[in-house]
Ligand binder design. Sequence first.
Ligand SMILES: *[C@@H]1O[C@H](CO)[C@@H](O)[C@H](O)[C@H]1NC(C)=O
Length: 313
Amino acid sequence: MVWTTLSAIFLLVYSAAAHSIRPLVLWHGLGDSYASPGMLEFVSMIKNVHPGIFVHSVYIEEELDKDRQAGFYGNVNEQLDSVANQLATIPELGHGFDAIGFSQGGQFLRAYVERFNNPPIHNLLTFGSQHMGISDIPICRPFDLICQAARRATKQAVYSSWAQANLVQAQYFRDPANLETYIATGSFLPSINNEDPLRHNDTYAKRLASLNGLVLIMFTQDKTVVPKESAWFGSEVVDDLSFTSAQRILRPATGRSIVPMHLQPLYVEDWIGLRTLDEQGKVIFETCEGEHMQISDCWEDFVREWTGEIRIT
Ligand SMILES: *[C@@H]1O[C@H](CO)[C@@H](O)[C@H](O)[C@H]1NC(C)=O
């Protein structure tokens, strides 16, 4: 009798403790889906590190193929609305959660913080994300004329209203040679970066500054994201503006240099709360060795340190 009561109490305490591990939300990258073999494996590895943790993988579409497609095609603002609804209806997330964004999933989760954050994110980790956009599409191999033509076409049409409503990558394409057009017509990135004075929203800064930690992870050999420093809020500037725009498109991405986060107007004037966060020591710069999303040797320490905390609530 005593034993049964004791074990019942133990079970109660134990399950209460298990439920007070802060849950985790993942947002996959381009070309992946929310429940691909790779994502499922990642979830199970996280559960080995933090037994009992609740993990939710964000989806746009429940069907895997469609979810993968939605990473390429769709309206990011609408996708965010739907993800915010999704997260708000999951009871386990009700008291807040940590989040990990892979590649473009990272800037989408940051946008979630700025626009919704209900329930709130505690720590946000982004792997190889494009916080200052991409300023080029990966360079084609020499003599690959089809690739070069496609790349040129994409770049020329990137700020059309169609592309800005339908091509996901176009919605975070930030052309340093054409910043005015980017700011005026970009449907997503200039908004969440508060780069357009006409669309400035103070709420974004307040919400981003409410994070406990923003862990920005860059891949040292990343050749997929141009520039890779976008993962650290760096962006490219064109050093020489004397080229015509056609020549600029044809030129490989040379003659450009990187503006680091601390020199970005966005940071200096604190348009999105990033400076506030940084001055409290809450922006953490990290690297993974290797090409874009080579995380196999590089995720565990971050997951251990920044997720799975036992909550005292
Ligand atoms: C600012 O953003 C918040 C959150 O998305 C939104 O509720 C609010 O309407 C926006 N304010 C303006 C002036 O657009």
